[in-house]
Design a protein around this ligand. Structure first.
Ligand code: HEM
Length: 390
């Protein structure tokens, strides 16, 4: 596949899988269930009306699960009651207010220096591998490492061991936003059950610690344990995996687009992050469900209709790069928007500064996509001429 940011023109074609017409990318089962809305103006209007277009389907599975997979989940008493992203009204706002405190602009800004130092340290260690001629996967060595550490610091909640976190996140994303067959559903359900069981303990311990961590704050705010666990499930994925994906996409864009060295400048790095968000965001769509028959801007929607709204790609990259929808819009707008953008910028310009002259290694990015997520699986890089005896 070709690089999504190849060439220097603002409207270069992109190969991010969900950048072009959504129904052409989704399987039939998904197209039968969801109506894709691609016009940015209409998407914005829909997101402005959460009472008419509710987020109740935010954590539904994209396709119906088979009974065998449901039995695996039931055995763990797997339960994701509506909370925050999938809730509405006063209950949504009460929880949102508590969670927002943990991701305030000041708290996020204070993370920039620790992230810079950590990335510089990782790059210093990687430099030896590069010098020995190694191909290094920056998705594994940088993108996967930074977001969990930052989330743990900001929330006071420990993260699972790295290998478990990666597997649980990707498996849950595929279970809820993918179209796995029956056998794969059983595997994914077993993984999701394992994650849910880990959360059961993690939530109970954090609430008992009562040291100002996020779960304890929610508990004090009257949120029950089932809802805290449901929020933990969403936030563990939303707060880490989506950011790791955006970091991978942007690192790949810099390497494959011949922009690596220029991204040592903070402004150039920020520009490329904005471009990734506009064209190839890790969350290029999000769902809503229609509450009652309604007409909006001359377009009719039927009660119960399920919508997939485009937030990145499509028309958003036609007249310049518009990243204004990438984190949603309105009262459900992403609470981690500032954090995810800052993290990606700092990782990019720190790595570009520490490892000048890096080249992409191997072919073009190998993209993966689901209903609402897309990312390059690996971001291989190397130093030209390294490892060759003088
Ligand atoms: C590149 C990374 C990220 C992207 C692209 C992204 C995108 C999104 C999108 C599209 C929504 C739905 C908005 C809507 O319904 O209108 C959302 C919601 C949310 N995101 Fe993010 N997100 C990212 C990272 C994060 C991080 C780091 C956090 C950590 C705090 C986070 C926390 C949330 C929360 C709590 C919500 C639900 C807000 C609500 O319903 O009130 N996200 N995000």
């Amino acid at each position: 596949m070709s690089c999504p940011f190849a060439g220097s023109t603002a409207v270069a074609p992109t190969s991010a899988p969900l950048a072009t017409a959504l129904p052409g990318t989704y399987p039939e089962a998904v197209n039968n269930r969801y109506r894709s809305i691609e016009d940015p103006a209409l998407v914005r209007r829909i997101l402005q009306r959460p009472e008419d277009f509710t987020p109740a389907n935010a954590l539904d599975t994209a396709i119906d699960l088979e009974p065998a997979a449901l039995r695996v989940l039931a055995a763990e008493r797997f339960f994701l009651p509506p909370v925050l992203a999938s809730a509405g009204g006063a209950a949504h706002l009460a929880v949102r207010r508590i969670v927002a405190r943990f991701f305030s602009p000041a708290r996020v800004a204070a993370q920039a220096e620790p992230i810079r130092a950590r990335v510089a340290g990782i790059c210093a260690a990687l430099a030896a591998d590069y010098r020995n001629g190694a191909r290094v996967d920056l998705a594994a060595h940088l993108a996967a490492v930074i977001p969990p550490e930052v989330m743990a610091r900001l929330t006071g909640i420990p993260v699972p061991p790295a290998a478990d976190l990666k597997a649980w996140s990707l498996d849950s994303l595929e279970l809820f936003w993918g179209w796995p067959d029956a056998a794969r559903q059983r595997e994914l359900a077993a993984s999701a059950a394992g994650f849910h069981a880990w959360l059961r303990t993690s939530v109970a311990q954090a609430v008992a610690r009562d040291d100002g961590n996020l779960y304890a704050a929610l508990h004090q705010g009257g949120v029950d344990l089932d809802r805290i666990r449901s929020l933990g499930y969403f936030l563990t994925i939303a707060g880490q995996e989506t950011t790791a994906m955006l970091i991978s996409t942007t690192l790949a864009a810099a390497l494959h687009g011949g922009r690596w060295d220029s991204c040592a400048q903070e402004s150039a790095a920020a520009q490329l992050v904005a471009r990734s968000l506009a064209r190839a965001s890790s969350v290029p769509t999000w769902r809503r469900v229609v509450r009652a028959d309604i007409e909006l801007d001359g377009v009719r929607f039927a009660a119960g209709e399920q919508l997939v709204l485009r937030l990145s790609g499509g028309a958003l990259m036609e007249d310049g790069d518009d990243d204004s929808l990438a984190f949603g819009f309105g009262i459900h707008r992403c609470l981690g928007a500032g954090l995810a953008r800052m993290e990606t910028e700092v990782v990019l310009h720190t790595a570009a500064r520490a490892l000048p002259g890096l080249n992409p290694a191997g072919g073009e990015p190998d993209w993966m996509h689901l209903l609402s997520f897309q990312w390059p699986r690996t971001v291989f890089s190397s130093w030209p001429g390294a490892g060759v005896a003088a």
